[in-house]
Write a protein that binds this ligand. Structure first.
Ligand SMILES: NC(=O)c1ccc[n+]([C@@H]2O[C@H](COP(=O)([O-])OP(=O)(O)OC[C@H]3O[C@@H](n4cnc5c(N)ncnc54)[C@H](O)[C@@H]3O)[C@@H](O)[C@H]2O)c1
Length: 242
């Protein structure tokens, strides 16, 4: 095909064909639930998966066999929104248990790896796919009292950038969203002082709403996205400086 795309050594991203099925992990709550609802309004067939109740499928995203089984039963998936994640205990690094550190990384990092690894082959075979991972402003700034969470989300960014580059000519686009504090159940038990600090650092002076994050994710999952992969999209009310 001629045109600017071929000049730069890339190929145009092919259009999706047939019904698109989306997997939304963490889809029973917060950003995942809002995204599942938003993607359904875009006409996608959405499968939500979550450790907790309220999803279409019960799934531990760190369980390779269970993830592979879901992909075999309900896939192949054209879209993955990997929203499953935990914040872990709030504590200074010197007071953090090694087991708590490992658990946050196991769920946030290993889980992202396991789910991405399971869905990518089907997307590549189809020549079209969209993956959105959930990073955080914490990955960019490093939140005090959240060293495990911050470093796990920085790892999610690194994974997303690597995978985006690996798949750049396959039609599968991989991007991350990095929200600041969003009003979801994840923050229900967050220390009010931590939330006050977050609000003070946010030029818009408020928390995000899950629907606002879902809107950005829906665009990243669509054919309207064409020339962007391995990127990190800010959703922080003006807080992020890069
Ligand atoms: N809420 C925020 O302020 C905020 C900010 C930045 C990034 N994020 C990220 O966005 C994502 C969604 O967060 P949220 O606010 O909607 O949180 P949430 O707690 O409302 O939802 C997270 C969901 O993930 C599920 N989950 C946890 N461990 C799992 C596992 N091993 N397997 C399957 N499901 C599992 C939970 O059951 C829950 O339903 C997370 O990755 C989070 O780190 C949230």
């Amino acid at each position: 095909m001629s045109g600017p795309g071929s000049d730069s050594g890339t190929r145009d991203v092919p259009a999706a064909t047939g019904p698109r099925v989306a997997l939304v992990t963490g889809g029973a709550s917060g950003i995942g639930a809002a995204t599942a609802a938003r993607l359904r309004t875009d006409g996608l067939d959405v499968v939500t998966a979550d450790l907790g109740p309220g999803a279409d499928a019960t799934l531990d995203v760190t369980d390779h066999d269970a993830v592979a089984g879901l992909v075999a039963d309900r896939g192949p998936f054209a879209v993955l929104v990997h929203s499953a994640g935990v914040v872990g205990p709030a504590a200074p690094l010197t007071e953090l248990d090694l087991e708590d550190w490992r658990e946050v990384h196991r769920i946030n990092v290993d889980g992202t790896f396991v789910v991405c690894r399971a869905v990518v082959p089907g997307m590549v075979a189809a020549g079209w796919g969209r993956i959105v991972t959930l990073a955080s402003i914490a990955a960019k700034e490093g939140n005090p009292g959240q060293s495990a969470y911050s470093s796990s989300k920085a790892a999610v960014i690194g994974l997303t950038k690597s995978l985006g580059k690996e798949l750049a000519t396959t039609g599968v686009l991989v991007n991350a969203v990095a929200p600041a504090a969003v009003a979801t159940p994840m923050n229900a038990a967050t220390d009010p002082a931590v939330l006050a600090r977050s609000r003070a650092l946010t030029p818009m002076g408020r928390m995000g709403r899950p629907e606002e994050i879902a809107e950005l994710i829906a665009w990243l999952c669509s054919e309207r996205l064409g020339f962007s992969t391995g990127a990190v999209y800010d959703a922080s009310g003006g807080r992020a400086s890069y």
